[in-house]
Design a protein around this ligand. Structure first.
Ligand code: OOG
Ligand code: NI
Length: 412
């Protein structure tokens, strides 16, 4: 880090907010070098956000989320410990298996208002569901590969043990910690399997290949927040960035709710599989850039209404309706002014104000859409049963209930 590092003076431990900010900046810099189009996206979003001011402007400048996919429970526990040192807790449970994507997920993020105001960096973290691979021999081969791999450097493991012993990271080690943590999330051009196995795993589901064939859980996208996602989408078209055709989430509204997201399509990148030489490369398509617009957090009643309208939209679109026309018509049922949303108890507001509380989480249907537009639909047929409890057992921690967090923020 280039700046003097504020610490908790009495303990000598670094403030987790500072560590999170340093890590998120370093990760963004690394991803920008790895995927230059992400840099273009950051510039485009900064342009659409130029009108912001005050607290919002600060948050927008630092705000982004990332996504990773881990292969085993032990990797999941490791990233939980890593993010915990940065003041990020697992919030929410997302069952993507319901949409045919063989993962279930949580989001590591800061939870209290002060930490969110400093830097709301979050990481959508998915655990592979190898049990959804139907070919038993292939499943066992994949499991053996994942069991052997080590995604954390020995030095990072030492630092995580130190964090456990001291109750935080001694600030003298902050720079080291960030540099070691970056190794876990970097891209590896050299795969850990041969091209044949890659093809077989990919045929099972592209996501399985993305998780199993590489030496670590490379960051697969980073997402800055914009105040106007329609403007950002239009700019992506203008610049020839190949955005996905549909913005995920609710249609455009006067009072934004939840989350709207779009991305540029994943890049096809050269990869050297085991046994290949310099002139004999394969490719892998997984990494992309995304942009999001955030709005009000909804109460259970508001969320039930959103989910019902979205399900109706999906079924009409599947039956051939025009998405834009159907979206406008169906979502007209969701009141689009602050007072009505307040009166109907659809959104959370700061106590005694008409200021909506910002949604800090993700949406499973949108997430499934993002997975599918970047990896392809896959061919797996069985729908597995998922459970939050099984995920929490693998995580060795409960996941926090996001609705309870918003209710607490509203009561403050
Ligand atoms: C995660 C997709 C979910 C979002 O913004 O909803 C996500 C992934 O592709 O690994 O990042
Ligand atoms: Ni995302």
């Amino acid at each position: 880090m280039n700046h003097p590092t504020p610490t908790n003076r009495s303990s000598g431990l670094i403030d987790p907010n500072i560590l999170r900010t340093a890590f998120s900046r370093a990760l963004s810099d690394m991803y920008r070098r790895e995927v230059p189009l992400y840099g273009t996206l950051l510039e485009l979003v900064a342009e659409t956000n130029r009108t912001a001011s005050g607290d919002v402007a600060h948050r927008l400048e630092v705000e982004r989320h990332g996504a990773i996919r881990v292969g085993t429970a032990s990797e999941l526990v490791g990233v939980r410990r890593l993010f915990s040192a940065m003041g990020m807790q697992p919030v929410g449970y997302y069952d993507l298996a319901a949409a045919g994507v063989p993962v279930h997920s949580t989001a590591f993020r800061p939870t209290d208002a002060a930490a969110l105001a400093i830097n709301p960096f979050r990481v959508f973290t998915s655990l592979l569901r190898l049990d959804m691979v139907t070919d038993a021999a292939l499943r066992e081969e994949a499991a053996a590969i994942l069991d052997r791999r080590r995604i954390f450097t020995p030095r990072l493991l030492d630092l995580l043990a130190l964090v456990d012993r001291e109750g935080g990271l001694p600030s003298a080690h902050a720079e080291d910690f960030v540099a070691e943590a970056l190794h876990t999330f970097r891209w590896h051009e050299t795969a850990s399997v041969d091209a044949g196995l890659y093809r077989r795993l990919k045929a099972s589901h592209p996501l399985v290949a993305d998780v199993v064939c590489f030496r670590g859980p490379h960051i697969n996208h980073l997402t800055p927040r914009t105040l106007d996602i329609d403007a950002a989408q239009a700019a992506m078209h203008r610049l020839g960035m190949n955005p996905k055709p549909v913005i995920e989430g609710p249609p455009r509204r006067a009072v934004p709710i939840l989350l709207r997201q779009t991305s540029f399509q994943a890049l096809t990148e050269p990869v050297r599989f085991v046994g290949q030489g310099d002139h004999d490369r394969g490719t892998h398509t997984a990494r992309f850039g995304e942009v999001e617009q955030r709005g009000a957090a909804l109460t259970p009643a508001g969320r039930a209404l959103y989910d019902r309208l979205l399900a109706q939209l999906q079924s009409e679109v599947a039956a051939g309706a025009d998405r834009q026309e159907a979206g406008g018509r169906i979502f007209a049922e969701f009141p689009d002014d602050i007072d009505a949303m307040h009166e109907d108890g659809l959104a959370f507001f700061r106590h005694g104000t008409s200021e909506p509380i910002l949604y800090e989480d993700f949406l499973p249907v949108s997430a499934a859409g993002i997975f599918q537009s970047n990896l392809g639909p896959g061919t797996r047929e069985t729908l597995a049963v998922s459970s939050r409890q099984a995920f929490e057992t693998e995580l060795q921690s409960p996941t926090l209930d996001e609705t309870a967090l918003y209710a607490a923020a509203a009561a403050e």
